[in-house]
Design a protein around this ligand. Structure first.
Ligand SMILES: C[S@@+](CC[C@H](N)C(=O)[O-])C[C@H]1O[C@@H](n2cnc3c(N)ncnc32)[C@H](O)[C@@H]1O
Length: 246
């Protein structure tokens, strides 16, 4: 399927409505300081649908259509390596089922491959108590020697961040994005792994949460999103921060 690629560029951000796999080749070599991205988890294939709750509205467990398109980290490797500056970092959200693929493709290509955990303080409940809550999300991280790293204390260096999932008013209702990430979490990563004026890149930007976090912290941002309605919401959010900063 061909998508009409549309691009908005301002002083501090560039956002593209299109398929990142087509657009990645247009990003210049050694131009990105931090790849902070959240590709589909491909977990919709395991969904058993909504969960009935006695006497209450069923818990919506349906995942988006776009999650079904297989993500192959190996296909991202060559471009990610080419566009990342030598002192850059990569942080990619992923799920248990894709973790091995990320490791297989990226571990041998970088000096370090680690993971970071986002602990959600308000995950969806499991009323039948028949398994763990899905309260943690995994973020794989990669870098080479000499990478940017802004820690001051050992305490700050835990590979763990705790926050609620996005709630209103941060959570958008139109369009509703099932995977909208909290800006506070993304700001934490951006502040650890990049400096002011750096370029943050998210090829799977959704409604632009990484862009909001980047501009709020004096970074520049490039984002790509395939779905038109998410792209428009992202432009609105990111532009709101740009206008506030001016
Ligand atoms: C997990 S969501 C990202 C959510 C984002 N972190 C946020 O807070 O809004 C992944 C996004 O990638 C988009 N996407 C999937 N395949 C894509 C592709 N090939 N190119 C660009 N975007 C893609 C989906 O439409 C979806 O919005």
């Amino acid at each position: 399927m061909m998508y009409k690629v549309e691009k908005f560029k301002t002083k501090n951000y560039t956002v593209v409505n299109g398929d990142c796999l087509d657009y990645l080749s247009q990003i210049p070599d050694n131009s990105i300081d931090l790849i902070l991205t959240d590709p589909p988890y491909n977990i919709a294939q395991y969904s058993t649908g909504n969960i009935d709750l006695p006497g209450r509205t069923a818990l919506n467990n349906d995942l988006a259509e776009w999650d079904l398109e297989p993500i192959e980290p190996a296909k991202l490797l060559a471009d990610f390596k080419r566009i990342l500056k030598p002192d850059g970092n990569i942080f990619a959200f992923t799920s248990y089922n894709l973790m091995g693929k990320w490791h297989a493709a990226f571990d041998s290509e970088f000096d370090t491959f680690q993971f970071f955990v986002w602990h959600k303080t308000n995950p969806a409940p499991k009323i039948y108590k028949n398994g763990f809550l899905n309260s943690c999300e995994m973020i794989v991280c990669m870098w080479n020697k000499g990478h940017k790293w802004n820690f001051t204390t050992q305490n700050e260096m835990h590979n763990f961040f705790q926050s609620p999932i996005c709630m209103r008013p941060e959570r958008l209702s139109n369009p509703k994005h099932p995977a909208q990430k909290p800006v506070a979490l993304l700001e934490h990563i951006i502040n650890i792994a990049s400096n002011e004026g750096d370029v943050v890149f998210d090829p799977f930007m959704g409604v632009g949460s990484a862009g909001v976090a980047a501009l709020k912290n004096g970074r520049k941002y490039i984002g790509i999103e395939i779905e038109r309605n998410y792209f428009e919401a992202a432009v609105k959010r990111i532009d709101g921060v740009e206008n506030k900063n001016d």
